[in-house]
Design a protein around this ligand. Structure first.
Ligand code: FAD
Length: 338
């Protein structure tokens, strides 16, 4: 039996929270750091007094037994629910044929709800950007703004970050250059998201659409998801390649092009819109099909016991919410086993 360790988890997305919850349940003292104002990472919701809209992950599936059991707890806790949108496909149907029998789950009443639920019993340091890592005789030190040391020394450190952000942080640590190179080799794709709101309910005959033509990839009536309140909102995601080619364009230009594509699908002009640029949305199908790289990764996470340093995240395990949760859980198990 390992004695209680001080463990820092950097990143409060689904992978980091899953890892933190499992480690804390085993009796360790866990502190979670995140640069954002709230937990959940890419399972995120933009909220104002008048409207709310999920602008990252849109829904998730539960294929593994372990995640299905976790999802059952979320449903029991009232923080996740089944979403049964009326689905449509635009463009070449063969390019993406949605599985009509797939169960699509969402956080309820917003996508951040499962993360908030998991975070309840954890020690959190939000709005804390970890800028560097230093290994000393007493353990790991995390460095914040102006190289300020954050919260003492840690026995173990977990990086639960998108691959490019993990790579960037690891370059500050001379002992972890192989892990830095590993994360640096992973390409993540961008995604422009456009949130639309309307003064009146808008029924286009579908609640969600896979779009296989033009700039858009996905359209969803956010208001059709369970528990959503406030003004009518819709969400548009642009295609990954289209987004990557326009990451430096102004929000205004991107929004105009996405609105024009939505109009071509029958969508009227909204009362107002808000745009968000995801730099690291997902790893893309090519990355996941890269068998050699996957074999090299060997598991759903990376753990270096000699360094007391581990990595988890969706990019190590399938690029989705379920993969992120399983990755965090796998890393917690490896840390506890050593
Ligand atoms: P993240 O959620 O990215 O968490 C990483 C956290 O680390 C963030 O909170 C970030 O603020 C923090 N962080 C980063 N750097 C630092 C630092 N230096 N210091 C402190 N904190 C830091 N998945 C699905 O299953 N279904 C979908 O439909 C779906 N659609 C998606 C659509 C979009 C546009 C996007 C962006 C993602 C989508 N995903 C979807 C993917 C899903 O959101 C992710 O797989 C999952 O949320 C990843 O969790 P994570 O914990 O690995 O990473």
């Amino acid at each position: 039996m390992t004695s209680s360790l001080r463990i820092a988890v950097i990143g409060s997305g689904m992978a980091g929270l899953s890892c933190a919850v499992h480690l804390q349940a085993a009796g360790h003292q866990v502190t979670v750091f995140d640069k954002s104002r709230g937990v959940g990472g890419r399972m995120s919701t933009r909220r104002t007094e008048a409207w709310q809209c999920d602008h990252g992950a849109q829904y998730f599936t539960a294929r593994s037994e372990a995640f299905r059991a976790e999802l059952a707890r979320w449903v029991q806790g009232g923080v996740a629910a089944l979403w049964t949108p009326r689905l449509q496909v635009f463009g070449d149907v063969a390019a993406h044929r949605p599985d009509a029998n797939l169960q699509r789950w969402v956080g309820a009443p917003q996508m951040t709800a499962p993360a908030q639920w998991l975070a309840q019993g954890l020690t959190l340091h939000l709005e804390t950007h970890v800028q560097g890592l230093r290994r000393e005789a007493q353990g790991w030190r995390l460095l914040g703004d102006a190289a300020r040391v954050l919260d003492g020394a840690f026995d173990r450190v977990v990086l639960a970050l998108p691959a490019p952000q993990a790579a960037h942080l690891l370059t500050s640590c001379s002992q972890a250059q192989d892990l830095a190179a590993h994360a640096d080799a992973v390409r993540m794709r961008g995604c422009w998201a456009l949130m639309l709101h309307y003064a009146q309910p808008l029924d286009l005959g579908f609640d969600a659409a896979f779009v296989n033509t033009g700039p858009l990839r996905w359209v969803a009536r956010n208001s059709s998801k369970p528990g959503r309140v406030g003004a009518e909102t819709w969400l548009l995601h642009a295609h990954a390649d289209w987004s990557d080619q326009r990451l430096d364009l102004s929000s205004e230009l991107v929004a105009q092009q996405m609105l024009a594509a939505f109009a071509a699908l029958g969508g009227p002009a909204p009362a107002a819109w808000v745009v968000h640029r995801w730099l690291y949305a997902d790893t893309g199908p090519e990355a996941l099909a890269d068998d050699a790289a996957r074999a090299d990764r060997g598991s759903a996470c990376l753990w270096r016991p000699e360094l007391a340093l581990g990595l988890c995240g969706d990019w190590l395990n399938g690029g989705k919410v379920e993969g992120a949760w399983l990755s965090g859980r796998a890393l917690a198990a490896q840390i506890m086993a050593t």
